[in-house]
Write a protein that binds this ligand. Sequence first.
Ligand SMILES: Cc1cc2nc3c(=O)[nH]c(=O)nc-3n(C[C@H](O)[C@H](O)[C@H](O)COP(=O)(O)O)c2cc1C
Length: 197
Amino acid sequence: MTELPPFYDDLAGCLAEAWRRLEEGAAHQSGFHTPALATLGRDGAPRLRTVVLRGVDRDSRTVRVHCDARSDKAAEIAADPRAALHAYDPKAKLQVRIEGIARLHGQDAVARAAWEASRPMSRVCYGTVPGPGTPLPDGGAYAQPRDEAAVEAGFPAFRVIVLTAARLEFLYLARPGHRRAVFTWDGEEPGATWLAP
Ligand SMILES: Cc1cc2nc3c(=O)[nH]c(=O)nc-3n(C[C@H](O)[C@H](O)[C@H](O)COP(=O)(O)O)c2cc1C
């Protein structure tokens, strides 16, 4: 017999498990460390890319990701803040999908705190010239900052994306029967219901 987890038939438990796994992902400990972030392209088409999950706050229902102000994703969020995040951990057999509104923080207290908490290795990207997505004559035709002052000069390009969940969908795969649930915060009252998997 497969042993079923305590959240298996517990809606509130499923939501708590989703946040717990996301928190683990932000702390580098799970398959949720590198989710995919979706935005809407300026032509309305979906755009998707891998990101590092940097922070999670279940009380404010937010997840935090870092990016470059010069990137497509930053421009797309500025133009239309609707965004989604997808994570799947094959070991946990758990998929979490978050949909909501993303807010960009640059050169404010949120960005400064995230910058200070970042490792120097992570800060280097923001000083890269030319900016991400610029066509290059050859693959190595870009420069990275070489000293601490040059790394610090990248701060104006640093952006924090804070995505607030309006909808969180949970899917747990289990041989005796999958469990799928959706949690919403976009109505007058928070909503929670099981869904057919
Ligand atoms: C494992 C992994 C982690 C990544 N983490 C980030 C990230 O945290 N932030 C980011 O902007 N790009 C990250 N990238 C790069 C993006 O996937 C993407 O290629 C790049 O940001 C350009 O996306 P855009 O043109 O849609 O903005 C990561 C890529 C990989 C493979």
